[in-house]
Design a protein. Structure first.
Length: 245
């Protein structure tokens, strides 16, 4: 009898093993749960907006996009006035030179129509590239010292960039630019020719070219109008000419 009562209170080996197994599984489950909680990253915070708040945010987004025009090739065009505002907002102080620049004395006015070219440049180009052609670093590339390189690479390229504009990243004299130059196809062939001849002669670029420089003629401008290019096409042509410097 005593042996039988003792055996009733003794836990069998099987029960011990089962208890140890269940305890181990429980501990592993707890550790995994803790690990998940510790390593979990927040997936963002959301703030509920009422109808009024939603309208305000939507109006602000539309206002930011209002000055951009989406083109068929996926690029965007920004209004030049808005571009100037963005430059100023980013802390760049633009001090524009006088609207009309006097042509240098060394330019022979009988060579090209400098008077017309000067007036067109002052009205259409000086606001960005400055009256002396120096540009604004990081915002608008210089023409002085660079326009001659463009002519040397391909005189027709100067006509193309004037007619169709340019959009995309470029490097001029070691400085990167990623702005938009508008197209000036609205100008006549004579006006574009005079404008280009002025930019080539005003700051000594034509003098550096020497005998290689031949004034741009109206017929050359007319020939380029038939291309019907986009600003992206002009950027691709610039890349072909390897003009980044």
């Amino acid at each position: 009898m005593p042996d039988q009562r003792i055996r009733q209170y003794i836990i069998s080996d099987v029960a011990v093993r089962r208890g140890f197994l269940f305890a181990s599984i429980g501990m592993i489950a707890v550790l995994l749960a803790l690990l998940v909680l510790i390593t979990a990253q927040p997936q963002g915070r959301f703030q509920a907006l009422d109808a009024s708040g939603h309208r305000l945010l939507l109006a602000d987004a539309e206002a930011r996009l209002a000055s951009f025009e989406l083109l068929e090739d996926g690029l965007a065009r920004i209004d030049i006035d808005r571009a100037m505002e963005l430059v100023v907002e980013r802390g760049l102080d633009l001090e524009f030179a006088p609207a009309v620049a006097e042509p240098p004395e060394e330019v022979d006015p009988t060579l090209v129509d400098v008077a017309d070219g000067s007036a067109i440049y002052a009205a259409q180009c000086a606001g960005c590239h400055q009256a002396d052609g120096s540009g604004v670093p990081g915002a608008f590339p210089p023409l002085a010292g660079h326009v001659g390189d463009l002519y040397a690479a391909d005189p027709a390229f100067l006509v193309q960039v004037t007619l169709y504009g340019l959009q995309g990243p470029i490097v001029v004299q070691g400085v990167s630019y990623a702005g938009v130059m508008p197209a000036f196809a609205r100008l006549t062939d004579a006006e574009i020719a005079a404008l280009l001849n002025y930019t080539l002669t005003a700051w000594g670029d034509a003098e550096e070219l020497g005998d290689a420089f031949v004034p741009v003629g109206e017929d050359e401008v007319q020939a380029e109008r038939d291309r019907a290019w986009t600003a992206a096409d002009v950027l691709a042509r610039r890349a072909e000419l390897d003009l980044d410097e």
